[in-house]
Design a protein around this ligand. Structure first.
Ligand code: GN1
Ligand code: MG
Length: 399
């Protein structure tokens, strides 16, 4: 995976907001910009909400792509254009068949010169997308109906992408979610660094070592042809699902900078490691972290309302491993970044990446302890006919 060298990224907006304002103006040259403010808690890119003096669609989302992580930002933008154009039209067809369902992908905004991105004087790449009106997101799951909506959002996204060939997208992050490569990077870092003498750091390194033989499980299945790459989201965590503020149903899946060819298992594992952890990935109470099977059932039920239409029995056979693996992999990524000196993920305090690794590894432990229960849930959800779609008149999220 591409990593930056030596420099740390930190939370929050640059003190000087001149550049974001300038960039906002490139995507909205006519209407007066009232405000540009930081949006969300992304670990990689800088994201802003732009408010304009305009009756309709006053807000849009502006983002500077982190060029140390995404080495070819123009390809990121091209992928986003492909996915949003294809997804928006497919979702119109899919939602037309489900009365009352609102689910859309954001629309890309073009810059004043007609291009999908703008490059600032320092070489930073900016892009803008529409804001999903009357919706909000949450940093952590709020309950089972919220979990169901998150699963449904991913199921709808995968279904909409199921006829967009994976090779029509660029691989903008080579090695992303290829766990054996993530481990290689960890080994490289470890060979140049000594592990700080903290019991938590030693615990994480031991935890990792005991599971490394199994870490090729998805890539091995891909090499044997049992799993095939498709178009994936790359980061379908809780906070990337926008919830409609009046119906409390999923209205969109945002944060499309990681869309790329990959296994849907990465997405399903990523979605569940985030959705089934009620304390959220940023908690400092890592010892209290637990994978909640009821949330898992609800999220999978939501997912399979749609996604059952294209998944194969081989895909289903690898779901448990995916759930366990992506939490493990994210733990390895955080641990590596901690050892490397916080060069990849933004951090708010010293040891932040170690705290994040502890959370993910705790989640892995909880998943392992509940393996039989989780496999049973997967079996029940995938064989219960939910795959054929349910009524849209079910009660919904209490957020
Ligand atoms: C990063 O930037 P953000 O927060 O949307 C990361 C994801 C992780 C996530 C953990 C490109 O996403 O893979 O799951 O942090 N994105 C990249 O919260 O590495
Ligand atoms: Mg992301």
């Amino acid at each position: 995976m591409n990593r930056g060298g030596g420099m740390s990224f930190h939370c929050g907006m640059p003190r000087d907001d001149t550049l974001p304002k300038l960039a906002a103006g490139r995507f909205s040259p006519v209407h007066r910009i009232v405000e540009v403010r930081p949006l969300g808690n992304g670990h990689i890119n800088d994201t802003y909400l732009v408010v304009r003096e305009l009756e309709e669609e006053p807000c849009f989302v502006l983002q500077r792509i982190n060029g140390r992580v995404f080495r070819d930002p123009a390809s990121v933008v091209r992928n986003m254009r492909r996915v949003t154009d294809h997804g928006r039209s497919r979702l119109k067809e899919l939602t037309a068949a489900a009365p009352g369902l609102r689910f859309e992908l954001p629309r890309m905004l073009t810059a004043a010169d007609g291009r999908d991105h703008w490059i600032d004087g320092g070489g930073g790449t900016w892009r803008a997308i529409s804001f999903i009106e009357n919706s909000r997101s949450f940093d952590a799951v709020q309950g089972t109906e919220h979990a169901r909506e998150i699963g449904r959002a991913l199921g709808l996204f995968h279904t909409a992408m199921s006829d967009l060939p994976a090779d029509s997208l660029m691989d903008t992050l080579p090695g992303f979610h290829i766990t054996p490569k993530v481990l290689c990077h960890y080994d490289g870092v470890l060979s140049k660094t000594s592990v700080p003498s903290l019991p938590e750091a030693a615990h994480c390194c031991r935890f990792l070592s005991r599971r490394r033989e199994w870490a090729g499980v998805l890539e091995d299945a891909r090499a044997r042809g049992r799993l095939v790459p498709r178009t994936i989201h790359g980061d379908p965590k809780v906070s990337n699902v926008m919830i409609d503020e009046s119906t409390w149903r999923a209205a969109s899946l945002v944060d499309l900078d990681t869309v790329k060819p990959g296994l849907v298992h990465y997405d399903i594992g990523d979605c569940l490691r985030s959705t089934c952890n009620p304390l959220g990935g940023e908690t400092r109470e890592w010892e209290a972290v637990r994978f909640d099977p009821d949330l898992c059932r609800a999220a999978l039920e939501g997912y399979f309302e749609w996604a059952g239409r294209f998944l194969t029995p081989d895909d289903i056979d690898h779901l448990y491993d995916a759930i366990r693996l992506i939490a493990f992999e994210l733990g390895v990524r955080f641990l590596t970044d901690y050892l490397e000196g916080d060069v990849y993920f933004k951090v708010a305090y010293p040891g932040h990446n170690l705290a994040r690794a502890l959370v993910q590894f705790r989640l892995v432990e909880s998943i392992e302890l509940q393996e039989a229960v989780i496999r049973k849930i997967i079996g029940e959800v995938t064989s219960s006919g939910l795959a054929r779609g349910r009524s849209w008149e079910t009660p919904h999220v209490r957020c």
